[in-house]
Design a protein around this ligand. Sequence first.
Ligand SMILES: C[S@@+](CC[C@H](N)C(=O)[O-])C[C@H]1O[C@@H](n2cnc3c(N)ncnc32)[C@H](O)[C@@H]1O
Ligand SMILES: [Zn+2]
Length: 301
Amino acid sequence: VFVVGRFPISLLPLVRCTKDAGVLSVPGQEAEALLVEGRARCATCGAEFTIRAGILDMLGEGKVADAESAHEHDMRDIEAPTSRGAPGVPSSVVDELEIASTMRHLGEVTGRTVLELGCGAGVYTRLLALSHARVLAVDFSWAHLQLSAQQAIYPQRVGLVRADVATLKLAPEAFDVALTTLYSNLPSRDLRLALNRLVHSALRPGGKYLVSAHHQDLRRRLRGAPARGHYSGSGIFFESLTADDLARELSDDFPTVHTVPAAICLPLVTRFLRDPIQRWAERLPGFNQLGAILLADARKG
Ligand SMILES: C[S@@+](CC[C@H](N)C(=O)[O-])C[C@H]1O[C@@H](n2cnc3c(N)ncnc32)[C@H](O)[C@@H]1O
Ligand SMILES: [Zn+2]
């Protein structure tokens, strides 16, 4: 059975026109409608954005401006069927550690409105929906969003949006929590800082921004691995960050930032003991320098 997604009109007020930040609406639709097809129209400039297969498409035929990002956009579409969260793709031990740590650091999301940036095939989107959050899940890869739509749970609480975060516009102070897993794929510090400003304005006061980034961890530093590089094969750009780099980038907008290395891969830890050992290792200086990812918990003042 081919299952298409459905976009809940109730989540449309969270997104704004990419041209002038105008308010969007789908004329003639009830507030509770779930749309497979439709057109969202900007109240200010009249620009139209289509909903296809239940996905709100803010990018359309528009080009991704940054060359590295444009390459990533093309490669992500090609790689989608084999990426994490796609049907039948098993997750690795490191994936499982990362996902468990990230969900734990996100904290309680029941009833919260969550912005998810770089949702891919929906690993976190589904966990957030299961935890009774309302989720606006954004990615620029149509193929990934389709895989997410096909596996959707609680469609009334999840809105899938295709957009480049460099041009995405959001309603001010509309979200309680934001999660990004695309941070260290953004090809420049300027794009990362612009993303932080976007998230800051979209969060309500006191809102939480959890950034998951590649960690320039101890193993990488000892090997002399460069922080900036491209994945072998796809050539997608990444930049591994140190805790200080990441905290500094966030501190322009967010008064409190806590960073913690996570997904600490220790050999010979049985599945049964993995979670308690992770919690302990995350707090141990030295050990935690081995974390494959870095999580930053930033709060809006
Ligand atoms: C590292 S993957 C994470 C995917 C998923 N959240 C997971 O954990 O399995 C990053 C995702 O961000 C998306 N992405 C990267 N740059 C983007 C941009 N500028 N705008 C929108 N999405 C972007 C990619 O298509 C990719 O799906
Ligand atoms: Zn507009």
